[in-house]
Design a protein around this ligand. Structure first.
Ligand code: CP
Ligand code: NVA
Length: 318
C-alpha cells in the first residue's frame, strides 16, 4: 500500500482552481460563524497543534494563525530563529523531522523558498508558506477572499467574481507580485504590472506558462487604467533592508496616489498586505480613503487561513 502524499501549501499554484473555489466558500462560512460568536471546532479529539516558525518579523501572520488555530479548537507552538536551534545552524531537515513528529501542521516564514521546500520534503505533516522571499500565498488567498466579499458574482461562485478581472500591481516585483501572477494564471484574471526597471516580477520563478496573464507597463498610472483592484506593497521587503536608500530613489514615482485611483474603474478597490508606509508606496488619501479595504483584507487573513488549516488537516467538509 502506498502512503498518500502529504499536501503542503508552499506556493499559490500548489492548489487547483476547484480547491480555491472550496476554500473561498469555506472561509466565508467560517467567518460567518466567527461574527455570530458561534464556536467552530472541526477537530475531533485529540485537538491539533500548529507550529509557527518565524525567521522574519510578523504581526498579521502571527496573530491570524495563532488566534485562528485556537478558534478552531487547536493549540499553537511559536518558534523564532533566535529562540530555537534554527538560529544555531541545526539543519532544516533535522528540524523538520523533529518538529513534525510533535505537531499536526507547520507554518513557516523564512527567507529562501528552497528552505521551506527542504523542510516540507522532510516533514510528516502539512507545511504552509507564511511568506518567503519569493512568495506569499496566504496573503493572496486572503486578498481574493476580500475581493469576492466586496464584489461578489451574481452566480454565487467565488471564481466568477475573480475571472476576467484586472489587478494593477504598482511597485516592487516582489513575493506578493510573483504570487499575484500565479493566481492570475490559475484563476483567469490579468495583472497589470508596473515596477521600476531592475525590480521586475519574476515570471520564470513563478512558473508562468501563459504570458497573457500579465502585462507590463512602464508608467504606473497606465497600469492602473481600468483596473478593478489596485494594489501595492512596501518598496523594501524584509531581508532587503541594505538596499533601502537605493530603493527609495528608484521607487519615487511608484506611489499609489489619488491620480492613479482616478483612472482605475470607478468602483475599484485598493489593497495592501500591510505594513504600509504612507507617503512612500501609497498616499494616505488612498489607504485611508473610501476605496481602501485594507482592514478587511488584514482580518480576512485569519478566516482564510482557518479554512486552509482545516482543509489541510481534514480535507473537504462541505
Ligand atoms: N501581511 C503580512 O504578512 O503581515 P505581517 O508581516 O505583519 O505578518
Ligand atoms: N513584501 C513584504 C511583505 C510583508 C508582509 C516583505 O516580504 O517584507
Amino acid at each position: 500500500m502506498t502512503a498518500t502524499p502529504i499536501k503542503h501549501y508552499l506556493q499559490f499554484k500548489d492548489f487547483t482552481a476547484d480547491e480555491y473555489a472550496y476554500l473561498l466558500q469555506r472561509a466565508a462560512f467560517i467567518k460567518a460563524k466567527f461574527k455570530a460568536f458561534e464556536k467552530h471546532h472541526p477537530f475531533a479529539d485529540p485537538d491539533r497543534t500548529l507550529a509557527m516558525i518565524f525567521e522574519k518579523a510578523s504581526t498579521r501572520t502571527r496573530v491570524s494563525f495563532e488566534a485562528g488555530m485556537y478558534q478552531l479548537g487547536g493549540s499553537v507552538v511559536h518558534l523564532t530563529t533566535g529562540d530555537s536551534q534554527l538560529g544555531r545552524a541545526e539543519p532544516i531537515e533535522d528540524s523538520a523531522k523533529v518538529i513534525s513528529r510533535m505537531v499536526d501542521i507547520v507554518m513557516i516564514r523564512t527567507f529562501e523558498q528552497t528552505k521551506i521546500e527542504r523542510f516540507a520534503a522532510h516533514s510528516r505533516v502539512p507545511v504552509i508558506n507564511g511568506l518567503t522571499n519569493e512568495f506569499h500565498p496566504c496573503q493572496i488567498l486572503a486578498d481574493l477572499f476580500t475581493l469576492v466579499e466586496h464584489r461578489p458574482a451574481t452566480s454565487g461562485n467565488p471564481l466568477d467574481a475573480i475571472k476576467g478581472k484586472v489587478v494593477a500591481w504598482v511597485g516592487d516585483g516582489n513575493n506578493m507580485a510573483n504570487t499575484w501572477l500565479q493566481a492570475a494564471e490559475l484563476l483567469g484574471f490579468t495583472v497589470h504590472v508596473s515596477t521600476p526597471s531592475g525590480y521586475e516580477v519574476n515570471a520564470a520563478l513563478a512558473g508562468i506558462s501563459n504570458p497573457a496573464c500579465y502585462k507590463v507597463f512602464a508608467d504606473p498610472r497606465e497600469a492602473c487604467r481600468g483596473a478593478d483592484l489596485v494594489t501595492t506593497d512596501v518598496w523594501t521587503s524584509m531581508g532587503f533592508e541594505a538596499e533601502n536608500e537605493v530603493r527609495r530613489a528608484a521607487f519615487a514615482q511608484w506611489c499609489v496616489d489619488e491620480a492613479m485611483m482616478a483612472v482605475a474603474q470607478p468602483d475599484a478597490l485598493f489593497m495592501h498586505c500591510l505594513p504600509a508606509h504612507r507617503g512612500e508606496e501609497v498616499a494616505a488619501e488612498v489607504i485611508d480613503g473610501p476605496q481602501s479595504v485594507v482592514w478587511d483584507e488584514a482580518e480576512n487573513r485569519m478566516h482564510a487561513q482557518k479554512a486552509l488549516m482545516e482543509y489541510l488537516l481534514l480535507g473537504r467538509l462541505a
